[in-house]
Design a protein around this ligand. Structure first.
Ligand SMILES: [Zn+2]
Length: 281
């Protein structure tokens, strides 16, 4: 199986589906990350060009840790639009890799780049199979399955098709966050009006947020302040019922960290057979 994870920015795939990516790599599936923007907008001290270069290095480190290939397009941050030229670029790009599954943003999201990225994937979906569209890149015989990453927006609300146990991936997810130094310890704290700590242990505690144990309740998790581990724990708390349905009461009620994905109607239908192949966890 070949999996293509498409985010607007470097860190979107990492945070939303980095655990799933790592599970796939361990199974021998081929995983590719695409960041449609080049990351230059994400810093308050470095210049645009310096930020692009630094983000590229951080993404290369993430790719190495996860065992994925990682492409970054040259579109400037905050400048991604769902225009015809970018749609054609995406059609050619997807056809060349020919993935079985694409994971993307939903097209309703706070960030213009996220919305455009999700829209572009939807706009490309059916056209992937139309031979006279971009005839220089051979058309696919069938569309990939397309799924959306989780978000917190309410109109319409994210409604997961699969919710997956990530307890075995939480350390990897935090390690990925830790590699995105310029984002996680510099830019994002700046945007939140905070400062990240300097020392190794202090930074790990910062990534974790509150200490989550077997006794921590879902209500406590949902009320907790931001932290990367907390963010992934909130997915498990938010979709507890789906975890119990998938893994049974015994295991499902104890899962601490999760990732969730919603099926997009415009890709290949998720048959039972495909569900088994794509989500055998
Ligand atoms: Zn983003």
């Amino acid at each position: 199986m070949k999996i293509l994870m498409i985010g607007a920015h470097q860190d979107d795939n990492e945070f939303c589906c980095g655990g799933l990516a790592h599970k796939y790599v361990k199974m021998g599936y081929e995983v590719r990350f695409l960041s449609m923007c080049n990351g230059g907008g994400g810093h308050h001290i470095m210049t645009y060009e310096e930020t692009v270069a630094r983000r590229a290095k951080e993404s290369a480190a993430v790719a190495k840790l996860l065992g994925v290939t990682y492409d970054v397009w040259d579109v400037h941050d905050c400048n991604l639009v769902a225009d015809l030229a970018t749609r054609k670029r995406l059609i050619r790009y997807i056809r060349e890799f020919a993935p079985d599954l694409i994971i993307a943003h939903r097209p309703n999201d706070y960030h213009a780049d996220h919305r455009a990225s999700g829209q572009l994937v939807m706009d490309a979906s059916y056209l992937l199979t139309v031979p006279n569209e971009c005839p220089d890149a051979p058309a696919m015989r069938q569309m990939p399955v397309i799924m959306y990453n989780e978000d917190r927006f309410k109109n319409p609300e994210f409604c997961p098709t699969v919710v997956l146990d990530m307890d075995d991936e939480i350390d990897t997810k935090l390690a990925i966050a830790d590699l995105n130094v310029s984002q996680v310890y510099e830019w994002l704290p700046y945007t939140h009006g905070e400062e990240a700590p300097e020392g190794r242990e202090e930074r790990w505690a910062f990534l974790k947020g509150m200490e989550i144990t077997a006794d921590t309740t879902d209500e406590e998790v949902m009320a907790a302040k931001y932290g990367y581990a907390v963010r992934f724990a909130k997915t498990a708390a938010r979709f507890r019922q789906q975890l119990i349905e998938r893994y049974g009461e015994e295991k499902g009620s104890k899962i601490r960290y999760a990732e969730a994905f919603e099926l997009c109607d415009y890709g290949q239908p998720l048959t039972e057979e495909l569900k088994k192949a794509l989500f055998p966890f």
